[in-house]
Ligand binder design. Structure first.
Ligand code: KPL
Length: 294
């Protein structure tokens, strides 16, 4: 049984750990540059070492299954060098923040066997090889229509999360997008942990509430089948569940890296403009996050 991982950030490493502790599996990773050979995941006062990942960036073998956990905006450049090692049967599993990523790379993908996933794990890295897994959330997967999964594919996915129907997954992805759109950029602007966003009366909280209202208006137009009546409560719950976390966007701006904002609030803006809904708060926060210099 084998799996390649593209993107060994917190989410990639947590999933490598879940797989290695449950299955007789070989995990090969595809780093862009030199990367550590040993990683540590701190979770609930325990430390788990991962030292058996195989660096396969220079390999030539066929990639049977690929878990993509790169930042949304790096996906195209990161996957491009490995396209020649894929076939029409390669299973591509995308577990990333944001939405619309697969649409932007469909033209280069040799395989239509695609699984999308969403997770509410909360984690951050204090060093390249050190992950703090602060909230063990839920990971959900579904194959896009017409994707068939083998027994091995299913056991790999079930080790990392739950397989559900595509309709339900879409609903959960939109909810996660709302969480990321209304927590991540706010933590980046206020340079604060997620918990501050859930603190009633804080400036971060009121900005987040304004973003949630816009997201709710957009969803009401573009996804009328979705129940958005509890969206505010759900986003605030996510902020408080991951209260001790440094959001991935704040981690990016602190490190001077580009953020995933175009695939998060940018996707909300795209939907809003298409549906004639005012998305000024989202447009403003995109500008602000792009201007931040910490
Ligand atoms: O997904 C996240 C992120 O930081 O990207 C949350 C759930 C908001 C946890 O921080």
């Amino acid at each position: 049984m084998s799996l390649h991982i593209l993107g060994l950030g917190s989410i990639g490493l947590i999933n490598a750990h879940l797989l290695l502790s449950a299955l007789p599996i070989q995990i090969r990773y595809l780093p862009r540059a030199d990367s550590p050979t040993t990683y540590t995941i701190h979770h609930k006062s325990q430390s788990h070492k991962i030292c058996n990942l195989i660096n396969d960036s220079a390999g030539a073998s066929i990639i049977e299954r690929l878990l993509v956990t790169t930042k949304a905006h790096h996906t195209r450049d990161a996957i491009a060098p490995y396209i020649k090692r894929m076939t029409g049967d390669t299973l591509l599993i995308f577990l990333q923040n944001g939405m619309g990523v697969v649409d932007t790379i469909q033209d280069i993908l040799p395989s239509k066997r695609i699984v999308l996933g969403t997770t509410t794990h909360g984690a951050y890295r204090s060093a390249r090889e050190t992950v703090h897994w602060v909230h063990a959330g839920e990971t959900l997967f579904a194959g896009i229509p017409n994707t068939t999964l083998s027994t091995e594919d299913k056991s790999i996915l079930e080790c990392m999360g739950k397989i559900i129907s595509y309709d339900v997954l879409e609903d959960r992805m939109y909810r996660k997008l709302a969480g990321n759109a209304c927590i991540n950029p706010v933590t980046a602007v206020y340079n604060c942990r997620n918990g501050i966003v859930a603190e009633e009366g804080s400036e971060a909280n009121s900005l987040s509430l304004r973003l949630i209202k816009e997201v709710r208006d957009v969803y009401a137009k573009v996804r009328p089948q979705m129940d958005v009546s509890r969206l505010e409560e759900q986003v605030m719950q996510l902020a408080s569940d991951t209260g001790g976390n440094i959001s991935s966007m704040l981690a990016d701006v602190r490190a001077g890296r580009d953020t995933e904002i175009d695939f998060i609030n940018g996707y909300i803006v795209k939907m809003g403009l298409g549906a004639g809904v005012d998305v000024l708060e989202n447009e403003n926060i995109i500008k602000k996050v792009k201007e931040i210099k910490l």
